[in-house]
Design a protein around this ligand. Sequence first.
Ligand SMILES: [Fe+2]
Length: 273
Amino acid sequence: MPKTESFYSSAEDATSQEFLAKGYVIREVADRAALDAIRDAFVAFAAKHLGIDVPKDPVRFLNRLHDIVPVEKLNDLRLGAYRALNAESWFRPTYFELGRPYINDLVGNELAMQNRINLSIQMPSDRTALLDIHADVFSGETPYQVVQWVPLVDVAETKSMFFLEKPKSDDISARFKDFSDHGMTGLFEAVRDDLTWIKIDYGQVLIFSPNCLHGNVLNDTEETRWSLNCRFTGLFTPYVSAEKSLGSFYLPITPRPVTRVGMAFRLPGGFEE
Ligand SMILES: [Fe+2]
């Protein structure tokens, strides 16, 4: 065994450096069959909800949802699918498998995961699904987290989300009050030319720091976006609010044996001074 100067493996180091430089990484999902199973479950739920046969071409069905569902009926479908899938005991563990190695590299292997996985469906020209530029820490989220964002269709440009890479985002956040006169719209216009529009094909996963500025705009493509997102944090990181605390909003998913043994340990009597 040669001597080494690093506590990180070279793969860990590469992912870490990329994340620290940009605030996000895009990777192939670690388990393609898991992703297909999740997509199939959403397609099956949607078909049942709409009273139609399960479509033979799931890609076309998801991309062209707006051809068969009016926008005012969309939220019923979205909420129904969200509730049905989150009620399945396999959903969160299977979702975790999509990005597990990268989350382990970036966050650690002793993790807490958000109690629900969110579903976004953004149809072309749908104004109800807009998310202004923001950083999640501004609304009480812990800064010690990543979001795993997984599209169920290929996404790019306005069908996707935008992200301000870490150096620029840190710079803007540090002088936030310079933008306060014009609100979030002014902020968006100020950084518009610097934004990265996330391009991901089905089969890939985005893992990002929501401390960096991000959001979406009106989908002016001709296809509907379906995407899932969920937060992961280190089990022993600070939890900044009661609302977003461990045991309710976040649930432990991978406590290690030594943690379990340590937490269960009670010092026997007779050792007191
Ligand atoms: Fe966000």
